[in-house]
Design a protein around this ligand. Structure first.
Ligand SMILES: NC(=O)c1ccc[n+]([C@@H]2O[C@H](COP(=O)([O-])OP(=O)(O)OC[C@H]3O[C@@H](n4cnc5c(N)ncnc54)[C@H](OP(=O)(O)O)[C@@H]3O)[C@@H](O)[C@H]2O)c1
Length: 241
């Protein structure tokens, strides 16, 4: 996958990593970048950027966005929320699942017909907490683990249709999302570069920043990845995702 001359859609594109992904796609020569936002005004200075109103929890906005987009090579499911919780309130878990898991799933389903046509790629922005929970954000961790598991199923189910599915195991990145954490963080720009580098190298699991890179080899050689490969053999031939 080479981003040059490709059409890319990025959810949660008006700030943080999503905004950096828009800029990086343009730098790499994308033909068109659809920037999904919840309606906030995106200051697009490049004529290749097309703003799209897309709250990933809003079924009618998802449907309308899928009708507006003509062709699509790369869908980047980036929109996400993180709320501090301690598992004392089921609402916090539901809010995380609605955006980080079900939003990702519904947007993916809506754009799959276009991605099948282009034999394109789905990039799901996950987190290291998908692999092990961070106890200050357990609800968020649950949603990223669910999204990671879904990413693996989609990868197996879509393999026969020429659509590749990539999970991004981000470590800490310096955005509004983790302002409260006083820890080393990668810049959004470097994380965006790492995501596109991994995609262009064809990596199914992408580790785009120093913290995530530190566990990349262990993950790829580990028992969970081996089980994913073994279980993928059971994917049905005919798929109706
Ligand atoms: N920052 C990190 O350390 C880190 C680490 C691991 C993974 N990640 C993941 O990376 C992704 C981007 O995070 P970030 O750090 O850039 O966060 P951010 O700065 O908080 O930005 C989150 C983006 O998601 C959008 N969003 C939230 N709910 C949405 C919804 N229902 N529909 C559409 N868009 C929605 C926000 O839109 P509004 O501007 O309208 O609120 C915003 O553009 C997320 O999936 C996050 O979980 C981040």
């Amino acid at each position: 996958m080479n981003i040059e001359n490709k059409t890319v859609l990025i959810t949660g594109a008006n700030r943080g990593i999503g905004r950096a992904l828009v800029d990086e796609a343009l730098i790499r020569g994308a033909k068109r970048v659809y920037a999904g936002t919840r309606g906030g005004a995106l200051q697009a200075t490049d004529s290749r950027v097309t703003p799209v109103t897309l709250d990933v929890t809003n079924a009618s906005q998802i449907q309308k966005a899928a009708e507006e987009v003509e062709t699509l090579d790369v869908l980047i499911n980036n929109a996400g929320v993180a709320i501090y919780d301690d598992l004392s309130n089921a609402d916090a878990i539901e809010q995380h699942l609605a955006v980080n898991f079900l939003g990702m799933f519904k947007v993916t389903r809506a754009f799959l017909p276009l991605l099948r046509q282009s034999k394109g790629a789905i990039v799901n922005n996950l987190s290291l907490v998908a692999l092990a929970p961070l106890p200050v954000i357990p609800g968020y961790s649950i949603s990223k683990a669910a999204a990671s598991n879904m990413t693996q199923s989609l990868r197996a189910l879509l393999a026969g249709q020429g659509v590749t599915v990539h999970g991004v195991f981000l470590g800490p990145v310096d955005t509004d999302m983790n302002r409260g954490f006083n820890i080393p963080k990668a810049s959004p720009e470097s994380a965006a570069q790492g995501i596109f580098d991994g995609l262009e190298r064809g990596e199914e699991d992408i580790f785009p920043d120093p913290a995530s890179q530190s566990i990349a080899e262990a993950w790829r050689a580990g028992a969970a990845k081996e089980l994913e490969r073994q279980f993928a053999a059971f994917a049905p031939q005919s798929v109706a995702v």
